[in-house]
Design a protein around this ligand. Sequence first.
Ligand code: FES
Length: 102
Amino acid sequence: MARVVAGKAADIPPGALKRVGAEGGDIVVANLDGRFCAMSDTCTHAGASLSEGKIEGANVVCGLHGAQFDCASGRLAKFPAKVPDLRSYRVSVEGDDVVVEA
Ligand code: FES
C-alpha cells in the first residue's frame, strides 16, 4: 500500500475537493467540514472526475449528471450511476499534510 500526500490540509478547506494522482488511478480527497475522506475519482456512470463536482452532506456529487457517493465508504448514494460503489481510502492528517493510503 502506498502513501500519497494529497497536499497541505490548509489548502483543502471545508467543502473542497481535490484530485490526487495515484498509481492505481486518480483519487478525490474531500473535506467534509473538517473531516477528510477519499475515494476513487472516476464516477461509475460516465467517467467524470468527481473532483469537479461538489459536496452535499456526507456525499460527493458528480458534476456531470448528479450521481452521489458516500465519501467515507465509496457507496453509491444516488443514481444515475449503475455500478454501485467506488473504492474508498483511509486518510490521515500528519502534521500539515493530508495523507492517503492508496
Ligand atoms: S458521469 Fe457522474 S453522474 Fe454521470
